[in-house]
Design a protein around this ligand. Structure first.
Ligand code: HEM
Length: 486
């Protein structure tokens, strides 16, 4: 397939590229079998990192053709052009050249039963009118509730901290992974829906909002998930069947009804923008339970683990920086205090660089065009699917020195600030803003603020911590084995 694609000899000249035009290396193998072989390589025989690394080496190129999971029978067409360096990856952000319709999870899309029959915002292309309305509503609701997030986060994480300390005092484990499932969603619900999810009442979620959200989102992700902790043959079955929505309907209904009942303020604003009520409830649930909680649930534990690995010296520095910054704000974590924590800011960006929480991005070419890696240019044809694995791109040694080391100070100082534009966790450059015309994360600024707030709250209360790790990959569980109070 690859070598049979016609290459326009003048393409590089038309695109203005000075780099030699190379036909995209790699192939898709035999129909059906090629995609299954690549899926087995991806999840079983090689594993994610080796899958990419071995192909980069084999083709001597960071741009190549391959199949991406899940492949058959869930995805009709698994063929992609993989872009794995800092120069080619940003093509995925270019909505003038690429279409982003239904590619949120790649070559496969979960049943609309999971989203009340609606294609929610993450699956919409900016050319669709609903994208404009829903994204604008999302921007507005984040802004309208801007003052709520930091205090609500403080309230929620304090409860988890009390539980960790009580557990440790009893000689039990202090479970970070479990508590993130509570505080990382409860503050979002409090701030946006204006109701404590644990407050008694007909639609109370107790401490289960995160567990219910995970139960609802996991089956949507399982076809493209590896390292689940399950035996490979079982995982392989899960890559080939779509679990029915009815298995998680109860958990879905609990959150849907909570939002429908209590989010009256925001639903009224949606109506003003012409968004129908059920569409609004479904999307608000997706913003909070999938986009927001889903991201924080991955990122907070990861970041905590990286900080712990750096050891007590970094922790003491963070503690000193946070304590000094909040001295001017009544001891509270406020936007102003967060601005005075340069080390902490750099640590958070390094966390996003080291392992971007949403690793996969897809986009379909709307026309023919040429892309460039650091060393070659390549002709892409209209209709071809482009795919980028962000963790690899964030370890591009041509841009980041010692890319495989977690360097807490990487983004400090003027040289460090320059590097921030190369951080892409939000599906866009960190120095650019989400708009209704692009597909960059609508919660970008909120996410950065809350990630900083998380680290700040930790080091306001603790001088140091030590951790235990159980499992690996998506089955990783993190516990505090010691928390030294400030
Ligand atoms: C889109 C990451 C939190 C709302 C995205 C995308 C990424 C991302 C990578 C682009 C997906 C794609 O099209 O390929 C994250 C991460 C988060 C996070 C890592 C937390 C750590 C949030 C929060 C909100 C939010 C808190 C809202 C309150 C959205 C929305 C979109 C989106 C609405 C779709 C944008 C569009 O379709 O134009 N996010 N996100 N996200 N995110 Fe976030």
């Amino acid at each position: 397939m690859a070598s049979s694609l016609p290459i326009a000899q003048s393409a590089a000249a038309v695109s203005g590229s000075n780099l030699p035009l190379r036909s995209i290396p790699g192939d898709y193998g035999l129909p059906l079998f090629g995609a299954i072989k690549d899926r087995l390589d991806y999840f079983w025989l090689q594993g994610e990192e080796k899958f990419y690394q071995s192909r980069v080496e084999k083709y001597n190129s960071t741009v190549f053709r391959t199949n991406m999971p899940p492949g058959p029978p869930l995805a009709k067409d698994a063929r992609v052009i993989c872009v794995l360096d800092q120069k080619s990856f940003p093509i995925l952000f270019d909505t003038t050249k690429c279409e982003k319709k239904d590619v949120f999870l790649g070559t496969y899309m979960p049943s609309l039963d999971y989203t009340n029959g609606y294609r929610v915002l993450s699956y919409l292309d900016p050319s669709e009118e609903r994208h404009t309305k829903l994204k604008q509503w999302c921007f507005d609701l984040v802004k309208r509730n801007g003052r709520n997030f930091l205090p609500d986060f403080h309230t929620e994480i304090e409860k988890s901290m009390d539980l960790w300390e009580a557990a440790l005092a009893k000689g039990e484990k202090a479970d970070l992974s479990q508590e993130v499932q509570v505080f990382a969603i409860n503050f979002l619900l409090r701030s946006i829906v204006h109701r404590d999810p644990a407050a008694p009442g007909e639609f109370s979620l107790g401490r289960n909002a995160g567990a219910f959200s995970s139960a609802w989102s996991n089956p949507q992700l399982l076809p493209i998930a590896g390292a689940t902790g399950l035996p490979h043959p079982v995982e392989e079955v899960l890559h080939t069947i779509a679990l029915p929505f009815k298995s998680v309907k109860e958990q879905y209904d609990a959150i849907f009804n909570f939002i429908k009942t209590y989010a009256a303020d925001e639903l009224r604003e949606a109506a003003k923008l012409g968004i129908e009520k059920n569409d609004a409830v479904t999307n608000l649930m997706f913003f909070i339970s999938f986009n927001g909680y889903g991201g924080f649930n991955i990122f907070f534990p990861q970041l905590t683990g990286y900080i712990a690995k750096c050891g007590p010296e970094l922790m003491q520095e963070l503690h000193a920086e946070v304590t000094a910054a909040v001295a001017a704000t009544d001891g509270k974590v406020t936007p102003k205090a967060l601005e005075n924590m340069p080390l902490l800011k750099s640590v958070v960006y390094e966390g996003f660089r080291f392992r971007p929480p949403v690793p996969y991005q897809y986009a379909k070419a709307k026309t023919d065009f040429v892309i460039e890696s650091h060393v070659s240019s390549f002709q892409v044809k209209k209709g071809e699917m482009l795919f980028g694995y962000q963790p690899y791109v964030m370890h591009d040694g041509r841009v980041f020195e010692k890319p495989d080391e977690f360097l807490p100070r990487r983004f400090m100082g003027s040289e460090g600030e320059e590097l921030i534009q190369n951080v892409f966790w939000s599906n866009g450059r960190e120095t650019e803003d989400p708009t209704v015309q692009n597909k960059q994360c609508a919660g970008k600024d909120l996410v950065v603020t809350m990630s900083r707030a998380y680290v700040a709250e930790m080091f306001l209360r603790y001088k140091e911590f030590t951790m235990d790790v159980e499992g690996s990959g998506n089955a990783l569980k993190l516990f505090f084995s010691g928390l030294k109070r400030a």
